[in-house]
Design a protein around this ligand. Structure first.
Ligand SMILES: Cc1cc2nc3c(=O)[nH]c(=O)nc-3n(C[C@H](O)[C@H](O)[C@H](O)COP(=O)(O)OP(=O)(O)OC[C@H]3O[C@@H](n4cnc5c(N)ncnc54)[C@H](O)[C@@H]3O)c2cc1C
Length: 403
């Protein structure tokens, strides 16, 4: 059996980028993909528009146990490098909010189709419906068992991603191959994921969306906060602010910490302004129940829970005084919700953790343990913020391998 020069396992963002660059440099490359088509996660990303990168690349937007590795990989590999790569592949980019970059077509399918075309044009052999089931190294040769027979390679790149979104090809298999070849793993947890709560009131608020601030407390200690959409659901809570917090929650839940969110439902109004607004609208003679009195200020579905959490015993508008208003304001700006789980890898966009980057050369992504082995993309212990940072990591690590 002939040794293929390079075999890449996984035709996602990192695998496609590495394959194109290696083939353009004259290497013989075979790209193996278990799905029936390449780039399934690219296809669904950015709600079908593909948030392909972010103009404001900075190491602080990436998370790893080894931040120095991230800094070294990103050095010289910021957004313009990726922009040039896409331009050379026929994909000019346009900018959205907060530096988010998209293909000019605003169609994720144009990204996968052009990358696939470029790979084939450069000479990459793409084999879909080909699941790699085991990897071994015999002498200088990697021996792969696949659902399409045995394949040999002199060089092997693992770009098989993480277990996030198994419905799109997310899998643990790359970790198994990496450990078989001598690598260690940093614990993996779902990130950019919705959160679950067992508190019964949440279901009753399902569908309510507010622009708020979510603060995370673990074992009573303030950890961090994020601003943005907060969406109550049947299972708990979602929305952009929640996805942004979820990485911290996921890690802390795995550590058996008690996690609670404190939600500010009206961040645009300071405590003082909200108090004055509420005080101003109290009519001294009104027999209106306070639930009804709060209509017009808060979404109806949230009112009962705000009254309950405020511990106010007042029933009618005319009974409201400064002290009772203070309690309501506190509840509106500090609505408590305990979190008992995440929606798991099935709901996650990415995974934290992965292959230990201390064992990898940040210049070439080569294994320091097994000669001829390389890594790129989300399989590594690096995950990025929402906004195109995860794709940036996949593109630039794919490029580093092919330097
Ligand atoms: C719903 C969703 C939306 C997202 N939106 C964005 C976004 O807008 N912007 C952003 O930056 N990031 C986004 N992400 C994250 C981004 O998609 C990933 O970080 C990125 O795709 C990782 O690229 P990768 O090449 O490392 O892995 P993947 O894209 O996961 O590719 C790995 C490939 O390996 C294949 N594979 C795995 N095991 C095997 C095996 N044993 N044999 C053969 N093939 C195998 C898989 O089928 C898969 O195709 C999103 C993720 C999801 C799930």
């Amino acid at each position: 059996m002939k040794n293929k020069e390079w075999i890449i396992i996984g035709a996602g963002a990192a695998g496609l980028c590495a394959a194109i660059n290696l083939a353009r440099a004259g290497r013989q490359v075979t790209l193996l993909e278990q799905n029936s088509r390449v780039g399934k996660k690219i296809l669904v990303s950015g709600n079908g528009k593909c948030n392909i990168d972010n103009r404001h690349i900075d190491p602080s937007r990436f998370h790893s146990q080894n931040p120095d590795f991230v800094r070294q990989v990103l050095k010289g590999y910021d957004f313009p490098v990726v922009e040039r790569f896409f331009f050379s592949s026929g994909l000019p980019l346009v900018e959205g909010k907060e530096g988010k970059m998209f293909p000019m077509s605003l169609q994720a399918s144009s990204v996968t189709e052009l990358l696939e075309y470029e790979a084939k044009r450069a000479g990459v052999e793409i084999v879909c419906d080909c699941t790699v089931t085991s990897v071994d190294k015999e002498g200088d040769t990697f021996r792969l068992e696949t659902t399409q027979g045995t394949k040999n390679a002199a060089q092997l790149i693992l770009t098989s991603g993480s277990p996030a979104a198994p419905q799109l090809g997310g899998s643990n298999s790359g970790y198994a191959f990496a450990t078989k070849l001598g690598h260690t793993l940093v614990p993996r947890h779902p990130a950019l994921v919705q959160l679950c709560s067992e508190e019964s009131w949440v279901k009753g608020c399902a569908g309510v969306k507010v622009a708020g601030i979510a603060k995370l407390y673990a074992n009573g200690e303030y950890i961090t906060e994020k601003k943005g959409d907060i969406l109550f659901t049947n299972y708990g809570i979602s929305g952009l602010a929640i996805l942004d917090l979820s990485r911290e929650v996921s890690i802390r839940l795995a550590n058996f910490d008690y996690c609670e969110l404190s939600l500010d439902l009206m961040p645009e109004l300071s405590k003082e302004k909200l108090t004055n607004l509420l005080l101003d609208r109290v009519q001294k003679e009104s027999e209106k129940p306070i639930g009804l009195w709060l209509h017009g200020i808060l979404n109806k579905k949230l009112i009962a829970i705000i009254i309950e959490q405020s511990k106010s015993r007042v029933k009618l508008e005319k009974e409201l005084n400064r002290k009772e208003i203070n309690k309501l304001v506190h509840a509106i700006k500090n609505l408590k919700l305990s979190i008992n789980d995440t929606r798991g890898f099935k709901g996650a966009e990415v995974a934290t953790g992965g292959v230990n980057t201390a064992e990898i050369d940040p210049q070439t992504m080569a294994s320091k343990i097994t000669p001829g082995l390389y890594f790129a993309g989300e399989i590594l212990d690096v995950d990025g913020d929402r906004g195109g940072f995860n794709f940036h990591w996949a593109w630039v690590t794919g490029m580093r391998v092919s330097r």
